[in-house]
Design a protein around this ligand. Structure first.
Ligand code: ADE
Length: 231
């Protein structure tokens, strides 16, 4: 059975997984704790990568090269970009783009990585279906599938969310999954990202964030629990 890598950005997001991890063993690499064990009978390595793209990329390559994971799930929180999406809702990424990649002077569209044969990074179709099925277990919140955009910025600005929407047709924004997706793409490792919305990425984002963080964390953990047996 292949090992599943589970990446989160913040410690709060991994607590529920760690509570249920059987025969846990922790190894430190690149300043991160990689928790190896069995989760619902599936071999997993679960790790808090920290916030931002560099942390996320380093962590992902470590999971692939050192821990030989066969697939990767990223769960966590995101800011809403699409106006109809509310805090507490779930967004499952079908494609991912790094919104802060900008080589306009060289004629490239925003988000296009230099000399890469793709504009966006698709989620693995099988993992996407598993995520969508698992999401049916979430009660009281909407589940959306679409593009998530990533950048090394906490977005708290109406103009910026309008730009993200117009430029990328994004549903949500956050700070890791586009980098994870690119590393998975380069290594041909199946990947999916599921985010629970913690804020509207607008001028009140910091206030929503504090209120909705526990709800979002709980939703993401519920989803992961429902997904792992099928992964
Ligand atoms: N993660 C959660 N909310 C976010 C926001 N508003 N911007 C970037 N990442 C986020």
């Amino acid at each position: 059975m292949s090992t599943l890598g589970i990446i989160v950005a913040m410690r709060e997001e991994l607590e529920i997984v760690l509570e249920r991890l059987q025969e846990p063993q922790t190894l430190q690499r690149a300043g991160m704790d990689f928790h190896r064990g069995s989760y619902l009978g599936k071999p997993v390595v679960a790790v808090v990568c920290g916030v931002g793209k560099v942390n996320a990329a380093a962590c992902t390559q470590m999971l692939i090269s050192e821990f030989a994971v066969g697939s990767i799930i990223n769960i966590g929180i995101a800011g809403a970009v699409e106006p109809s999406i509310r805090p507490g809702d779930i967004v499952i990424a079908d494609t991912l783009v790094q919104h802060d990649v900008e080589l306009k002077a060289l004629g490239l569209a925003p988000g296009q990585v230099f000399r890469l044969d793709t504009f966006d990074f698709p989620a693995d179709p099988a993992l996407l279906t598993i995520a969508q099925t698992a999401a049916q277990q979430i009660e009281g919140h909407q589940v959306h599938t679409g593009r998530i955009v990533t950048g090394d910025q906490f977005i708290a600005c109406n103009d910026k969310i309008q730009w993200l929407s117009a430029t990328f047709n994004a549903l949500a924004c956050e700070m890791e999954s586009g980098a994870i997706a690119q590393v998975c793409y380069l290594n041909t490792v199946p990947f999916v990202c599921i985010r629970s919305i913690s804020d509207n990425a607008n001028n009140e984002a910091h206030m929503d964030f504090d209120t909705f963080l526990p709800i979002a964390v709980n939703n993401a953990s519920t989803l992961l629990h429902a997904m792992v047996p099928s992964c």
